[in-house]
Design a binder for this molecule. Structure first.
Ligand code: KIV
Ligand code: ZN
Length: 517
């Protein structure tokens, strides 16, 4: 990564670390690897792949990503302790470009109540942790957690010491999403003025979105001289989330007149990354979300449509194509062959192995038998669904539902594969969905509570695939499962099973012995 160009903004994606910390957004190893590959392909400079000390699963994910990713720097997070830093160094070891990101809180509130350390102790830790991290890699980032609520004198001392100890990137997070654009840019100006060795490091921003200002604050800091932005796809992240990568990047690209900065991002890959993160986490993107929402480029009112027809620039400040949104296209029919299907996958940006293509092709043939018109969106929903779910412990084998006015109560017959063993049962319920979910509970007993059941149509028409989201909660842990099928009951059952699989991943993370239900 070249950062010698002073107008180059480094994009640091933390979807797999800070994003995954979002309640319900757990991802398994395969899903993390797929996201990392898409991030690399879209030109993300630094991928924060996880927090290796947090769990064996996190360690493995960072380690595997470090083996696979070649063009982006792979970064792991570590607190200011030797154990954390050693574990992080071990996880990122295989990476061609590796970074250790170490952090400690510097605000009076955090030091007193969270760390229970006095400022001098924290100051010592800053120096020790950065110097120790430097023994493993030349690329060390130091973060002042709760930086925006830190006293300026102390922040300056810590930043200067971190740079002296070898930090090459200094991150000033707005951990609680509290700052305002003018205050944040003033903070950076203050640091550039007062820290004598500030020119020896790249300054970075990391903004949470509690007041809806994550992106605005990030851009304000870039205007003041920050040259790394930490962000997540779809703004995923704890509480109200982090600054959204797609918004930061497209704002910079669209307003070159005011912000003449470059990023390395292939913006045409944005939709693909957004869809993948949404499918994997089960966090649907709100329709009016900037850049990646379903309505972001839709023009409904007559006046707008009229203007658009005369000249698209009347109401469009960027093109849908620039973020990878192509018009809904009719794709292959049921007579289309494997070769055409492979070409379509390539067009849609899927780089999946032969086995996965075979699975997807079979799914496509089944879909084309059921659905007259198959659109790009259908193919994407199908591939995301089938390919991502291939290694899950719980899988749907078959489902039959009897319902309607003549069949009361509704009855379901379900076959599931549980760790490779096929089990079946019959259940009833208050409605068909209830009957299907009761059958899952019979075959795989669990205590999780259903918190959300939501159905969307992937495309238009009564033969559209239904995309279902199911949210489950167990002992304070929430997970989302998403699935698509032309049959709403099948999609619902798959979404529930996906959520259960995610719950198993969560359980593994906290207690490796709690693998069985
Ligand atoms: O929000 C925050 O302060 C963080 C740090 C670990 C960088 O995520
Ligand atoms: Zn954060």
């Amino acid at each position: 990564m070249s950062t010698s160009d002073n107008n180059r903004v480094v994009i640091f994606d933390t979807t797999l670390r800070d994003g995954e910390q979002s309640p319900g957004a757990s991802m398994n190893l395969d899903e993390k690897i797929r996201i990392a590959m898409v991030l690399e392909e879209m030109g993300v400079d630094v991928i924060e792949a996880g927090f290796p000390i947090a769990s064996d699963g996190d360690f493995e994910a960072v380690n595997e990503i470090a083996k696979i990713v070649k063009n982006s720097t792979v970064c792991g997070l570590a607190r200011a302790t030797k154990m954390d830093i050693e574990r992080c160094a071990e996880a990122i070891k295989p990476a061609e470009r590796k970074r250790i990101h170490t952090f400690i809180s510097t605000s009076p509130l955090h030091m007193k109540y969270k760390l229970q350390m006095d400022p001098e102790k924290v100051f010592e830790k800053v120096k020790e942790s950065v110097a120790f991290a430097r023994t493993f890699t030349d690329d060390v980032e130091w973060s002042a957690e709760d930086g925006t609520r830190t006293e300026h004198d102390f922040l300056c001392r810590c930043v200067e010491a971190a740079i002296k100890a070898g930090a090459t990137t200094i991150n000033i997070p707005d951990t609680v999403g509290y700052t305002m654009p003018h205050e944040y840019s003033a903070l950076f100006n203050m640091l550039f003025e007062r820290v004598p060795n500030a020119d020896k490091a790249i300054f970075s921003v990391h903004c949470h979105n509690d007041l809806g200002l994550g992106v605005a604050n990030s851009l304000a800091a870039v205007s003041a001289g920050a040259r790394q932005v930490e962000c997540t796809i779809n703004g995923l992240g704890e509480r109200a989330g982090n600054a959204a990568l797609e918004e930061v990047v497209m704002a910079l690209k669209t307003r070159q007149d005011l912000m003449p900065f470059q990023t390395n991002i292939v913006t045409q890959d944005i939709m693909k990354a957004s869809r993948l993160v949404s499918t994997v986490t089960g966090f649907t993107v709100q329709p009016n979300k900037a850049i990646v929402g379903k309505n972001a480029f839709a023009h409904e009112s007559g006046i707008h449509q009229d203007g658009m027809l005369k000249n698209a620039e009347t109401y469009e400040i960027m093109t849908p194509e620039s973020v990878g949104l192509t018009e809904s296209k009719l794709v292959l029919g049921k007579h289309s062959g494997r070769h055409a299907f492979k070409e379509k996958l390539k067009d849609l940006g899927y780089d999946i192995g032969e086995n996965a293509i075979e699975v997807a092709f079979k799914g496509f043939k089944d879909l084309a038998d059921k659905k007259k018109d198959v659109f790009d969106e259908d193919i994407m929903a199908l591939v995301d669904d089938q390919v991502l779910r291939g290694n899950d412990r719980l899988q749907l084998v078959s489902l039959e539902i009897l319902c309607g006015t003549k069949h009361q109560p509704p009855k379901s017959e379900l076959e599931m594969s549980i760790d490779g063993e096929i089990k079946s049962c019959t259940s009833t319920g208050d409605g068909p969905v209830d009957a299907a979910f009761n059958a899952i509970k019979t075959l795989f007993p669990h205590e999780a509570h259903l918190q959300l059941y939501q159905v969307h149509a992937v495309t238009h028409g009564t033969d559209a695939q239904a995309e279902v989201t199911v949210r489950l909660e167990e002992n304070g842990r929430t997970v989302n499962g998403q699935a698509a099928d032309t049959d709403t009951m099948v999609a619902s059952t798959k979404a529930y099973i996906t959520a259960l699989n995610k719950l198993l991943v969560k359980r593994e993370k906290t207690a490796p012995s709690a693998l069985s239900a």
